[in-house]
Design a protein around this ligand. Structure first.
Ligand SMILES: Cc1cc2nc3c(=O)[nH]c(=O)nc-3n(C[C@H](O)[C@H](O)[C@H](O)COP(=O)(O)O)c2cc1C
Length: 246
């Protein structure tokens, strides 16, 4: 939708001439942007509209699927944090909703010749995002099988996109799973973030209503992770657009 390298906005704005990006958002490419007054006057778009149009789409994916899992409240907390953070258009995605069987496509996913409706649905969801957060437990010192299975299902839809990990578990906080997940992410040409949220002794962070009760450290590390993810999301989106790799 946006062409950055040419310093012009094209697409959804109907204008006599393209408005330079710097006029729309000021010279600083970091958020929060202040759109130039002239741009607001000419487009009729207010700051929230422009910022929303430009915000990278973030999918926060609940990676455990078993009955009784604790992933959803942790992911719900992180989704709220991402909304407050304000730099992303954030959506909460539940892997369980896709009901993916153990990989059952006849061809390699890079060919994108998907035979099954469940694959097409999953591929469309992944394709719609510019960045991901995987909210993942640790099973037997490794990633949960539903996550690895879901990663295998598609290929190009993941390429050249950044990903962060919110892991949880016992004393390890799921870091062994997180490290192993990064190997698979890089094979899918994704950029894993160094910054992370690690929830140790996860079961001790829930109230009587099964809401996740984050510590200050969880919040501050979550904000650092989102800040970093946003930088990469912008850079890689530009790269996908300029090289038609997305
Ligand atoms: C099959 C299985 C293996 C597990 N292995 C680990 C482990 O290696 N490290 C750990 O910290 N917790 C482990 N746990 C405990 C999980 O951290 C805990 O059950 C957590 O709630 C799992 O996330 P979920 O509820 O979202 O599935 C394991 C749990 C299961 C079900």
């Amino acid at each position: 939708m946006f062409e950055r390298s040419g310093r012009a906005i094209t697409g959804r704005f109907s204008l006599c001439r393209p408005i330079p990006l710097s006029e729309l958002i000021g010279s600083d490419f970091g958020f929060p942007h202040t759109p130039g007054k002239r741009a607001v006057a000419r487009t009729g778009l207010k700051l929230p509209s422009i910022a929303k149009l430009m915000a990278p789409k973030l999918h926060i994916i609940i990676c455990s699927t078993r009955p009784g899992r604790i992933g959803p409240p942790i992911a719900t907390w992180f989704h709220e944090l991402a909304v407050q953070h304000g730099k992303f258009e954030a959506a909460l995605i539940d892997l369980a909703d896709f009901n993916l069987p153990v990989y059952d496509e006849p061809e390699h996913p890079a060919r994108q010749h998907y035979q099954h409706a469940h694959t097409r649905k999953w591929a469309a969801s992944i394709n719609a995002a510019d960045a991901y957060i995987f909210v993942t437990p640790e099973y037997n010192y490794g990633p949960p099988p539903p996550l690895l299975n879901a990663l295998d299902y598609v290929y190009k839809e993941w390429n050249y996109k950044p990903a962060g990990i919110v892991s949880y578990g016992g004393v390890s906080g799921g870091i062994r799973a997180a490290q192993m997940e990064k190997l698979t992410l890089t094979t899918l040409k994704m950029m894993p973030m160094v910054e992370a949220v690690t929830v140790q002794n996860a079961s001790s962070h829930f109230d009587d209503n099964e809401n996740f009760m984050p510590s200050d450290h969880h919040r501050s590390s979550g904000i650092l992770l989102l800040d970093e993810l946003h930088k990469w999301a912008q850079a890689l989106k530009t790269m996908r657009q300029s090289q038609s790799v997305g």
